[in-house]
Write a protein that binds this ligand. Structure first.
Ligand code: F6P
Length: 359
């Protein structure tokens, strides 16, 4: 038996721990393991396919990033090919990929990635390839699994930033806005905002009113708390408005959301008269060592992916449905959506703590 592992989409802390676990569980069964570099580029002659041995995964569980590297422009069904005139043409190279995998004697693939990778995996399964998936995103918005690895690490990074912002905000009596990742989901902002004792949390699932945000700042001032910490999910939008786009992406990439925090800071300063500052935490949230929780989840997912192959669960994704790890058919995952429940326990708890959602 020879399996191959690929990491696709944006990186997330814990990817290396999944790779390590997959390799160890496969080696223990006497299987061979290959690593496909940079998404599926390695299987298209655009990068390497490397052997993954006991030595290649030694001492990597605590490392951020991915030893296999990654890309979010590498769908074999829509592969960017540079043309002589500098333009990019998208071509279907899936047959080439399947032929190359066959030539290398690859029996099955573990694809570690987010929704884009899940779609690619399903398309490959439809063409007869044996693929199982491991969900990955710091945003925690993959349906059918309680958590994805990388989320806990990202939340910890934001909480650490909030601790630091608190001391400077309090010293200067300032309003401090911090924009955090999450795309269309507010999990990072909500979890970190509650854990890091923010005063205002703005998430895409609860459209905010600028008036209400300003009222919350002024109310704190009146109660003697002269600073405020505002956590803003990059996808947050005002009532009747839409998520702001930070800029154009490269062709073939998803739009980059965010940038809401800067205009919002200006408006808060104008309307409340409070000195206001903002920052975008950005890719710091994707880097660094995975937390213990994420390393454990990654290791469980890596081991389970090998079990999924053993049980021939082609087209399934491993998922945490506590306390169990289960295998969910990819179409089931892709047909649903996971967002913060505005009536759920964490939002309710936040409101009980006096946190305003600007609504
Ligand atoms: O999906 C993970 C994520 O980090 C989002 O939270 C964020 O909007 C996006 O990726 C950033 O992508 P990129 O690394 O392409 O800028």
């Amino acid at each position: 038996m020879r399996i191959a592992i690929s990491t696709g989409g944006g990186d997330a802390p814990g990817l290396n721990a999944v790779i390590r676990a997959g390799v160890l569980a496969a080696l223990q069964r006497g299987w061979d393991v290959l690593g496909i570099k940079r998404g599926f580029a390695g299987l298209l002659g655009e990068d390497e396919v490397i052997p993954l041995t006991r030595d290649s995964v030694r001492g990597i569980a605590h490392m951020g990033g991915t030893i296999l590297r990654t890309t979010n422009r590498g769908s074999p069904f829509n592969y960017p090919v540079a043309q002589a005139d500098g333009s990019i043409k998208y071509v279907d190279r899936s047959d080439e990929l399947i032929a190359n995998a066959k030539a290398l004697g690859i029996d099955a693939i573990i694809s570690i990635g987010g929704d884009g990778s899940l779609k690619i995996a399903q398309q490959l399964v439809n063409k007869g390839m044996k693929v199982v998936c491991v969900p990955k995103t710091i945003d925690n918005d993959v349906p059918c699994t309680i958590n994805t690895f990388g989320f806990d690490t990202a939340v910890s990074t934001v909480v650490e930033a909030l601790d630091k912002l608190h001391t400077t905000a309090e010293s200067h009596d300032r309003v401090m806005l911090i924009e955090v990742m999450g795309r269309d989901a507010g999990f990072i902002a909500l979890y970190a905002g509650v854990a890091g004792t923010a005063d205002i949390v703005l998430i895409p699932e609860i459209p905010f009113s600028v008036d209400k945000v300003c009222e919350a700042v002024v109310a704190r001032e009146r109660s003697g708390r002269r600073f405020s910490i505002v956590v803003v999910a990059e996808g947050a939008a005002p009532v009747g408005g839409s998520t702001s786009i930070i800029g154009e992406s490269l062709p073939g990439q998803a739009k980059r959301v965010g940038g809401v925090v800067e205009p919002l800071a200006r408006i808060i300063q104008e309307r409340t008269g409070k000195e206001t500052r903002s920052l975008i935490l950005g890719h710091l949230q994707r880097g660094g060592q995975p937390t213990g929780y994420d390393r454990l989840l990654s290791t469980r997912f890596g081991g389970a992916a090998v079990r999924a192959i053993e049980e021939e669960k082609w087209g399934h994704m491993v998922a945490l449905q506590s306390p169990h790890i289960v295998f969910v058919p990819i179409p089931e995952v892709l047909s649903s959506e996971k967002r913060v429940d505005p009536d759920g326990d964490i939002v309710t708890t936040a409101r009980e703590m006096g946190i305003s959602f600007g609504d």
